[in-house]
Structures are given as structure tokens and as C-alpha cells.
Design a protein around this ligand. Structure first.
Ligand SMILES: [Zn+2]
Ligand SMILES: [Zn+2]
Length: 265
């Protein structure tokens, strides 16, 4: 592949379930032919529940300072962007806007993992009922409509443990894909989910889910491949980026590799 690779979905060890120093991600991306690396670690939230799946509020400034430092250190070799992956927690969206503006973040992505503001609640990758899929889809679409986000990460994550592609799964997929098409809003083909397929982490439809992407293709949705790197080594699997783009094209999706910046939202 002659074109450079781009990835806007990169975590850091601050989220407590990723590894490697920030700079190792950058060096790996340069070595593997990326021209753009966007950091989008799991956003902290201004509520009191402590978390093992995202940075704490007092780590936010260090995260931004570190990514900005790498941006200047490697300028001319790779474009580094500063972002966050955010839940659908609308009651904190004024706060999120203020963070975005105060730190002049380049972009935000929507990753709808949890029902309500506490990760002890339903984690959508373990959804097993049609009702949960409907809730997931409605939340995702409301988040997409907020105007805060550049794209929807792993739109099919709620199918991970869901047993079969039945009417509820189809309805969830159609709700999300129809809204994405109407808003010209990119959906992400998620390579961390692809890695979980290798590891047999989920026992349901898993994600990326072919039946979801068939529907996205039928709607002609825009789609972006996201590495969702939780280790620098994940960036080395550029073959998976090529594979994702091939699959998306075969389904009729429109693969894109650029995103709207926060200032355009
Ligand atoms: Zn995510
Ligand atoms: Zn992620």
C-alpha cells in the first residue's frame, strides 16, 4: 500500500486497561507508515465513581500535555492529534464542551459502552436482550445528534455477546445506520474487536459483525477503520486496516480516513 495509514483511535495506559508509554505508540506508528496518529483515550467524567476503565479527572491535563509534547517533538514526521473517546453521558456534555474548548481538543469520538454514568451498570458488550440493543441504539443516535463527535466507535459493540442476528439485532443496526446516513456521520470498523475475535473474548455475534456492516453498506454509510489501540503492537497490524477497508468496500460502505475536527462540529 502506497498511501500512509491513519488512526484516530489510540488509548494510553491512563485508562488502566492499555499498556505502553505514549511515545512508544508514536514511534510504532512512524515505523509502520502512519502519517496521522490521533490519541483518543477514555475521557474522565466529573462524577465521583472511581473507575478502572478510564483516566481520572486529575490525569487529564497530564494526558493532554504529554500528547501535545509528542506533537511538537515529532512534527514533520507524523501528525499527532489530541482527542478523547466519550460515553453518551449527556448530563455532562456542557462540561465536555468546556474541556474541548479549554484544551482546544482536535476531536472527540463517541464510544457508547455503558448505560448511565457508572460502569457497574450494563456494559453493552455483554448485552443479551433485544431491549438492551434498542437502548444502545437510541443512546448512540442521540449522541451522534449532539454535534460533539467526529464518529461513532464500534457501532456494533452491543452485538459482541448477543447470540444471533435476529429482528432486534437488525432493528438496532438499521436505527444506527439510517441515522448515520442521514447525518453523513462515519461509523467505525473497530480492530480491537477484530483482535477480540482472535482471542474468543465474546461468545455472541462478536464485532465487527458482518451482518451489521451489510446493513451499513446497504445504506451507503461512511465508514472509518479504527485500530482502537490498547497496546502499541496493535498499530503494527496494518494488514488489518487493509482488510477492514476491503471488507467495507465489498459491503458497499464508503471508507474514509479523515475526520471532522472539533472546530467544525
Ligand atoms: Zn471504545
Ligand atoms: Zn477505544
Amino acid at each position: 500500500m502506497d498511501e500512509a495509514y491513519r488512526n484516530y483511535h489510540t488509548h494510553t495506559a491512563r485508562c488502566r486497561h492499555a499498556v505502553d508509554a505514549d511515545e512508544v505508540y508514536v514511534l510504532t506508528a512512524i515505523a509502520c507508515g502512519y502519517d496521522t496518529l490521533g490519541f483518543s483515550d477514555h475521557s474522565p467524567w466529573p462524577y465521583s465513581v472511581s473507575s478502572d476503565c478510564r483516566m481520572s479527572l486529575d490525569e487529564l491535563e497530564d494526558y493532554i500535555r504529554s500528547v501535545r509534547g509528542l506533537q511538537s517533538r515529532y512534527r514533520g514526521r507524523i501528525r499527532i492529534l489530541t482527542g478523547l473517546e466519550c460515553e453518551y453521558y449527556p448530563k455532562y456534555y456542557d462540561w465536555l464542551r468546556s474541556v474541548r474548548d479549554r484544551f482546544r481538543l482536535d476531536y472527540l469520538i463517541l464510544g457508547n459502552h455503558y448505560l448511565r454514568e457508572d460502569e457497574d451498570n450494563c456494559y453493552f458488550a455483554y448485552a443479551r436482550s433485544g431491549d438492551q440493543l434498542k437502548v444502545y441504539a437510541d443512546m448512540a443516535v442521540e449522541g451522534m445528534r449532539s454535534g460533539l463527535f467526529a464518529y461513532l466507535a464500534h457501532p456494533d459493540v452491543a452485538l459482541a455477546s448477543y447470540p444471533q442476528f435476529d429482528g432486534a439485532a437488525e432493528q438496532m443496526s438499521r436505527i444506527i445506520c439510517q441515522a448515520a446516513k442521514e447525518m453523513d456521520f462515519p461509523l467505525e470498523y473497530n480492530l480491537q474487536g477484530r483482535l477480540y475475535q482472535d482471542l474468543n473474548r465474546y461468545d455472541g455475534l462478536t464485532y465487527p459483525c458482518g451482518d451489521f456492516w451489510r446493513i451499513a453498506g446497504a445504506f451507503g454509510c461512511k465508514a472509518i477503520v479504527g485500530v482502537d489501540a490498547h497496546a502499541a503492537a496493535s498499530l503494527r497490524r496494518t494488514d488489518r486496516i487493509d482488510e477492514g477497508r476491503r471488507i467495507l468496500s465489498a459491503y458497499g460502505c464508503r471508507p474514509v480516513d479523515s475526520i471532522r475536527s472539533a472546530s467544525e462540529n
